[in-house]
Design a protein around this ligand. Structure first.
Ligand code: SF4
Length: 565
């Protein structure tokens, strides 16, 4: 039995934030869930997949081909009256944003929750965008947990809010909340839930053409105003303590503030507004905080989202309470915050000298060697890059080749000794940017993309390259899994986890169907044949595709271990 199901209600489990979200969804009776994996959200999809394998849960889960499709699947289930959830990492919401901004207009019937996991400090991402702005952009309610307990409780509450407002609700986490562990008191999982919906066609609601979309936009704005009332009354927004210094904080930073107040013994000096229901802003609470304090410090990572909302409330209310935060240089818009940094700022404002935390003495220890990220020993990508490099060198092309890269383990080819990763924007960008380089330069272009990424965002760009007669070589690194995020399956994968019974869509057939004639399949470990195939592809004078087929070694070992167990 899955560990999230092993204990009765009232018992406690030590859960990661992402696991707590899954438990919250089960307690809310989620019936349909979909995802494209991405760190730091991947454990949500992995656990939902495992839970969907247990017959008793009556949960449909799918790894969708990308985040846009995942959101469309969950949206349709919501439109049919089921409770649905979709999850993705922060940049995944960019992919799904085309759906999101109109989904807000048509809304939902069943509760629908969109989990976005942001990554301040870019532990495993290409940017540190602040997805709270999507809530404001789309006019959708947003909740932000600080602990695993809140992650569970807020997930369950998000379904209720969604059904009350008939709008999808965004649950926004950051890496800290996604991956921190903490005790979680379990609630009951309903014995009955709706698993078959019924869609009621209604042209005026579900078809956003200009005539209807204009009406729906007005309805959306009415609904989000009702959301403001819910935020004002939400137990996730609460004022703690009293004192002349006001502090407003949300997300992981709220934990640091709570710790700092306790450590400084400042409970009687600080009025702390802890926010969990973070959009729309609870203006009355903001007003109370401003009116009851001499100055207010806003502690939030990344963009000055709440700080700007607070300034607006102050201006509307004619309150001149000084607002401190990013605008006053007390905090930065970069990276994650740390407990020490938050404590230092609060202590300074209180006129204290915070005792520096006791540091263990490491002076006797030798310096740790630097460990730059690298491909696993024996990774098949080594063999592919080596064969491609050999072919380019033997053809005298190595010096004048550009290597557009993509998102996956193979991005690490940017580092020595491989150094075959030159330009990267986002999922699928290797193919589109190769097209650009091929028309803008006389250089040779060799792009690398993974199998999962190819399905996610590569196919339209490949069709574009065929149609516009772009000339470059695309290497598809087919290792039969989405390796970087923890080995999730994809439509082309022949190596799949036990119980995963889905149709396989062979990559070569897709590539040929896109209109590519020059297609080679290689086993990168058969070096001579691989080099010969690369040479043919690089000198063909046409758009060529080489599919390098060899399973991810780590995944193969993992599956072999499971089979033995
Ligand atoms: S996880 Fe797999 S694909 Fe990624 S580097 Fe390791 S062996 Fe290679």
């Amino acid at each position: 039995m899955h560990f999230l199901l092993g204990k009765p209600p009232g018992d406690r489990l030590l859960l990661m934030g992402n696991e707590a979200i899954c438990r919250g969804a089960l307690e809310a009776g989620v019936a349909v869930a979909s995802a494209y994996p991405g760190t730091p959200s991947s454990e949500i999809s992995n656990n939902l997949f495992a839970l969907s394998q247990e017959a008793g849960n009556r949960l449909y889960f799918e790894f969708s081909v990308n985040e846009k499709v995942a959101m469309e699947v969950a949206a349709a289930a919501g439109a049919a009256g089921l409770r649905s959830l979709t999850c993705m990492k922060h940049v995944g919401l960019n992919v799904a944003s085309d759906v999101l901004l109109t989904l807000a207009y048509v809304g939902t019937e069943g509760g629908m929750v969109i989990v976005t996991a942001d990554d301040p400090a870019m532990h495993s991402s290409q940017n540190e965008q602040d997805n709270r702005l999507y809530a404001r952009f789309a006019n959708l309610p947003m909740l932000e947990p600080t602990t695993p307990q809140e992650a569970k409780d807020m997930t369950a509450a998000a379904f209720e809010i969604s059904e009350a407002l008939k709008l999808p609700v965004i649950l926004r986490t950051t890496t800290r909340t996604s991956h921190m562990r903490g005790p979680v008191t379990l609630g009951p999982i309903p014995a009955e839930k709706r698993t078959r919906g019924a869609f009621q066609a209604d042209y005026m609601r579900w078809i956003p053409v200009p005539l209807t979309a204009k009406i729906r936009h007005g309805i959306l704005l009415e609904q989000i105003e009702k959301g403001r009332d819910l935020a004002e009354a939400s137990p996730f927004n609460r004022i703690e303590g009293t004192g002349p210094l006001g502090i407003l904080a949300s997300g992981a930073a709220a934990c640091y503030v709570a710790d700092a107040i306790r450590e400084l013994g400042a409970e009687d000096e600080v009025t702390f507004l802890r926010l969990g229901f973070t959009f729309p802003p609870a203006r009355n609470l903001f007003r109370r905080l401003l009116a009851g304090t001499e100055r207010v410090l806003v502690v939030e990572e990344l963009e000055p989202f709440q700080e700007e909302a607070l300034r607006l409330v102050a201006q509307e209310a004619g309150l001149a309470t000084p607002i401190l935060g990013k605008g006053t240089g007390h905090f930065t818009r970069l990276n994650e915050y740390s407990p020490a940094e938050v404590t230092r700022v609060i202590a300074e404002l209180l006129g204290r000298d915070p005792a520096p935390p006791e540091q263990p003495d490491f002076s006797e220890l030798p310096e740790l060697p630097l460990r730059p990220p690298s491909l696993c020993p024996g990774c098949p990508h080594h063999a592919t890059f080596t064969a491609a490099r050999t072919a380019l060198e033997e053809l005298g092309l190595a010096e004048r080749t550009i290597y557009p890269a993509d998102i996956g383990c193979y991005t690490l080819a940017v580092l020595p000794p491989i150094q075959m990763s030159d330009y990267l924007l986002c999922m699928g960008s290797s193919i589109g940017t190769s097209a650009g380089f091929s028309v803008a330069t006389d250089q040779n272009v060799v792009a690398f993309i993974g199998d999962s990424t190819f399905f996610h965002a590569g196919i339209p760009s490949l069709i574009n390259a065929v149609h516009n007669r772009h000339r470059f070589c695309l290497v598809i690194l087919d290792n039969s899994t989405t390796a970087m995020t923890g080995h999730q399956p994809h439509p082309g994968a022949t190596l799949t986890p036990p119980g995963y019974d889905r149709a396989v869509v062979p990559i070569e057939r897709v590539v040929r169907a896109c209109g590519v004639d020059m297609v080679k399949r290689i086993d990168p470990y058969r070096t001579e044949e691989a080099v010969a195939a690369f040479k043919e592809a690089f000198t063909s004078g046409a758009l060529s595709v080489v599919i390098a087929e060899a399973p991810c070694l780590l995944y193969k070992k993992k599956l072999a271990g499971r089979a033995k167990a």
